[in-house]
Ligand binder design. Structure first.
Ligand SMILES: Nc1ncnc2c1ncn2[C@@H]1O[C@H](COP(=O)(O)OP(=O)(O)O)[C@@H](O)[C@H]1O
Ligand SMILES: [Mg+2]
Length: 349
């Protein structure tokens, strides 16, 4: 059996080296006896997949990707371009979309994750009042909610573009949704998602306080810099939530900080088994010990080989909830955690 290699994004300024954000993973992989190849992320995003993979050797066999988020269509192009060179991404394009986009995983996780509904869109166009009213009705018509797209929220623009205090206030729902769509712009992934807001336990031990604190959950990935040096920022260029901060700057309100943020654990799954359990990258110093009994069965039912689940503890102590699911290839690792075991699992998978 050939051993899988891992593809990382190349450093846009030095295409023979991994992007600085992934250099430590590439180094640890090498130290574990693994092999990596490089892909041109900007070319992938630009729809030039064949050009993007020209540094991947021919007949490279089984491959994982660890890199910036890609829209599902671009990931599909990536898979085709690698196949044409004799490579084989171990996560198929449908598998990537299933874990990466909320409508792909929601059906499996329904009941274990906040109730959600979505409005597909063809581009960065906000849904009209009737579509919104229908979506609100599907969520029960009242109570607080969260707005995001199929992949990301604007959680650091909490009051403006993420949190809806009362679904029954349709004009207010419309304002938050329109602002969200405007800020996402061309990076809007799939469409608008509305989710019922739930109270989660926060780092300071308090219950969630959506009006004051939940927006301090960290600087979201939508425009948090992507590869930083290549102009490929935006949700499609980000590897997820981490802004590189260590989440220690505290503070309430709309700025980044740990006080008041929901306790979230990021669990990494390979072939239905947890291979790494750690804090969320937004708050890498938190200790988390989620109960994985229920979620493990759901991950196995989803059937994707390499995924992450972000879990938050209910404020009333009644258990853990799945905040979101992600493709493990584009989920960020919290700083300070040793991913050697994860990388070794990938290359022996
Ligand atoms: N349904 C919800 N109820 C309460 N808080 C939520 C809910 N959905 C998201 N949040 C909070 O908002 C943050 C961002 O939402 P998330 O779905 O993780 O989007 P992103 O992909 O931008 O990280 C979460 O980390 C959590 O703190
Ligand atoms: Mg998140």
């Amino acid at each position: 059996m050939p051993v899988p290699a891992i593809i990382f994004p190349a450093d846009p300024l030095n295409p023979r080296r991994p992007d600085p954000h992934f250099a430590w993973e590439a180094r640890l992989l090498r130290e574990s006896g693994g092999e990596h190849h490089l892909v041109d992320h900007d070319a992938l995003l630009a729809g030039q997949a064949a050009e993007a993979v020209r540094r991947v050797p021919r007949d490279s066999g089984p491959l994982w990707y660890r890199g910036w988020m890609l829209p599902s269509t671009r990931y599909a192009d990536f898979a085709v371009a690698l196949t044409a060179r004799g490579g084989n991404l171990l996560t198929s394009a449908p598998g990537y979309a299933a874990a990466h986009e909320l409508p792909g995983w929601y059906g499996v996780f329904e009941g274990a994750t906040p109730a959600s509904t979505w409005i597909p869109s063809d581009g960065p166009v906000a849904p009209g009042p009737q579509e919104l009213a229908a979506a609100v009705a599907r969520l029960g018509g009242s109570g607080p909610a969260i707005v995001k797209d199929y992949v990301k929220s604007r959680k650091h623009e909490w009051h403006e573009a993420c949190y809806v205090p009362e679904l029954a206030d349709l004009p207010a729902v419309g304002r938050v949704v329109r602002r969200f769509v405007e800020l996402q712009g061309e990076f809007l992934a799939g469409g608008v998602v509305l989710r019922r807001y739930e109270e989660f336990e926060h780092a300071d031990g308090s219950a969630g306080n959506a009006d004051a604190a939940a927006g301090t959950d960290g600087i979201g990935g939508s425009d948090s810099g992507g590869s930083g040096s290549s102009g490929s920022s935006g949700s499609s260029g980000s590897s997820d939530d981490s802004d590189g901060s260590d989440g220690s700057d505290g503070g309430k309100g709309d700025g980044p900080g740990t006080d008041g943020r929901a306790v979230e654990a990021r669990v990494w799954w390979l072939d239905g088994r947890p291979i790494l359990v750690g804090p969320h990258p937004d708050a890498p110093r938190q200790n988390v010990e989620p109960d994985l009994t229920e979620v493990g069965a759901l991950v196995r039912r989803l059937g994707c080989r390499f995924v992450t689940t972000d879990l938050a503890s209910r404020a009333d102590g009644s258990g853990w909830r799945v905040v979101e699911v992600g493709d493990g290839q584009v989920s960020d690792l919290p700083r300070g955690i040793d991913p050697s075991g994860l990388l070794t699992s990938l290359i022996t998978a």
